[in-house]
Write a protein that binds this ligand. Sequence first.
Ligand code: SIN
Length: 280
Amino acid sequence: MDYRHISVDPLTPTIGAEISGVDLREPLDDATFEEVHGALVAHGVVFFRDQAIDHEQHLAFGRRFGPLHVHPAAPCVDGNPELMLIHTDANSTRQNGEDWHSDVSCDEEPPMGSVLHLHRIPESGGDTLFSCMYAAWEALSEPMKALLAPLEARHESAHLYDGVNGRGLYGDATVRRRNEWPSAVHPVVRTHPVSGRPALYVNRIFTRRILGVTERESRALLDFLFEHVTNPHFQCRFRWREHSVAFWDNRCVQHHAMWDYYPETRTGTRVTVAGDRPFR
Ligand code: SIN
């Protein structure tokens, strides 16, 4: 893509790019929006530095890409369920996103993208890792692709949000916004609706069972694939600074938030853009 309104600096040839030349406090004009969207599709995750946006500007940036998604369980900010709170401190017993996943893939229509703005960061650590699911798919052998291509998998959330003895990921802060914890069946490999490229779509947090094979076969395939996506060749790693913003495409990228900074505090907000039903 020929960028005329923004600068795009790739982090790796496979995934991630830093965008400069845009002020996210201002509404994006059509040409700038097209280039930011193009960079997101081309690189899977894009990063912005020094964007001291307020909550309304954060929400407005997300809405430019589509209607916003409401998380089924996560605490929010200012009573606005479209503004998800990301917070870990010395009292935390778990951190949101501390394993490889694509956001809320347990939904029938999982989020297209997520926009995370961190307001307070630890002295060091608290990076977010991103893994390219196009690269993960392409690296599989042809016989493995042929085995996986027609399969579907069940993604669940009760084990995560309800947790053991009612102590879920968000502990006492859990908000139950739906009558049932979401669960959905999605193809193991999905076609990205914009790029048309195939992307592996199973993840360790939400995917519980590959359908149409035995339980043992499902376990073995999932264990293999969960390990496969952690290959550093598919990854980039983002070091946060105050007022950095990351925007990732959940349709072709998984991420993992590092919790290596205990007992320090890391705080931000996430706005999540709604998505479509994955298709093969
Ligand atoms: C998440 O949205 O999964 C958390 C990502 C992060 O905190 O880096």
